[in-house]
Structure formats: structure tokens, C-alpha cells
Ligand binder design. Sequence first.
Ligand code: G3H
Ligand code: 13P
Ligand code: ZN
Length: 298
Amino acid sequence: MFRTNNELMMKARDGGYAVGAFNTNNLEITKAIFRAASEEQSPIILAVSPSAAKYAGMENLVAMARIAAEETGVPVSVHLDHGTEFEHLVHAVRAGFSSIMFDGSKHPYEENVRLTQEAVKLGHAAGISVEGELGRLVGTEDAISVSEREASMTNPDQALDYVERTGIDALAVSIGNAHGWYKGKPQLDFKRLEAIRNKIGDKALLVLHGASGIPDEDIRTAGSLGVTKINIDTEIRDAFKRGITQFIQENPDVIDPRKLLKPAMDEMVKIVGGKIKLFGSAGKATETMAYMAGGVAE
Ligand code: G3H
Ligand code: 13P
Ligand code: ZN
């Protein structure tokens, strides 16, 4: 049985650590994420984007996660990442996801509020967690001015309004974080993160997207300021490519897909395991189960 993001993140908030949300696209990535979670005895969030679902089949990914969750025994939430259309959310609920993200960040504010309210109605009726996003994650490739960059970030006052009016469980913030590799050192606005935290208090949990390439000390700072879910995709993709590329260079005649994909999995396990340790969730699997059994997260 999957746990909700809320359960895993509330335990993390009480324990002063963050849970990793790792994106999967296929069997090998899913297995690698679970192997790392099992080795580190950590709760994890398995993130599935609409395009990952389109590629692999949402039901296939859920079925793999269900089997891996049973085999490993670690607490797992299966989460829809960046659902932008209502159909994505409904499909995820029907497929058995335990959390959904509605990403309405491309819409004007009032439209984002209205659509997020609908997403919350759906998610909560299904008994699962709902994440919303306020502010826009500007791409690392986007050439934008300082004022445009500022304008794309989450406004703390608006964050409180958004959280109160939508009833979301978790808020994805924009504080200078971006998807993909950063050009140079990421410039995260921690003052803004702190102001958001102070404004919304315990009304919603905080999420940091685009965490690949963020230096360890900045990840720790984000955790200390109340972020309890941290999203990683790009570093997993990079590990996949590195593992397979190196193996093919050294073994150009091998064609067995299992032999080609094993080093990719090994590299991904190392990356995910490292992030789990960095986020502080290593060794928290058993106490998370006990916490949930005690009903504290209700
Ligand atoms: O934040 C987005 C994730 O990296 C998923 O990317 O839509 O290419 O699967 P994707
Ligand atoms: P990265 O690909 O930058 O790690 O971002 C992951 C993410 O935010 C998924 O929602
Ligand atoms: Zn994201």
C-alpha cells in the first residue's frame, strides 16, 4: 500500500529532514530508485511526469512501484509530477497514485487558484495529497533579466493567499531554482524561502523542484528552512547515460540489453543513495512506518 506525500513529509518535518522525490520513466530507473531506498532504509516519493506516463504507461509504472514497495518494505508514495491538465490528475487518481501535483504556474494567478481548487477537491475526495505551484520555474536556458527573474519567483504574501484559498497540502516554490542543469552556481533566494515559511507556517508543506546540481550546502540550508520534499530528475538521467555510455565504450560488442542497462542502474543507485543521505532520510523507513501506524500523520 502506498503512503501519501503528506504522511512522509509530515514525518520529515517533525524529524527535520526531507524526502527525495525521484523521477522514473521505466523499469530500470524504478528498480534503481527502490534499490537505493532499500539500501538506505529510507522513505521515498516516486515521481511520474505526464510525459513519463505517456512513455511507459501510468499503470505499468504504478504496478512496478507496487511490487517494488512490497519487496523492499520501505514507505513509498507514488506522485504525479507537474500535472498540467485535469486529465492527468484524474488518470493518476484512477491508476492508484497517492499524491498529485497540479502545476498551474503558467496561468495568471486567479486562474491558477481556481484550477488548483479543483485539483484539491479531486485529490482530497480520493484521499490523497495535492501539491500546487506558485511562481514559475524559469528554465536554465532562458535568457531573462534580473527583474523578470524576480517576477517569476514566489511572492510570500501571495503564497499565503494561495495556500489558504486552495487548501493544498504542499507548495512548490520558485526561489531561483530551475529544472535541468544550472549555468554556473544556482543563486537561491533563501530570504524569500524563509519569508514564505514564516507566512504560511504549518498551513502547507514546502517543496523544492529542480534540485539537480544544487550544491550540498544549499540543499542543507533549504532543509533547515522547512523544505520537506526535494525533486531530482536530471542527475538520475545523467547517471543513466554515464553508466551505459562508459560500458559501451569499454564493451563495444555487447548487445545484451540487460548487460547494457546494469551499469546504468548501478550509477543511478549511487546518485539516489547519495541524495537520500544528503536529505537526511536515510534510516527513517521503520520509524516512518511506526509514525503512520500511530495515526500521527492524519
Ligand atoms: O520537472 C520535470 C521532470 O524533470 C520531468 O520531466 O516531463 O521530461 O518527464 P519530463
Ligand atoms: P531536476 O531535473 O532539475 O532535478 O528537477 C526535477 C524536478 O523538479 C521534477 O519535478
Ligand atoms: Zn519539477
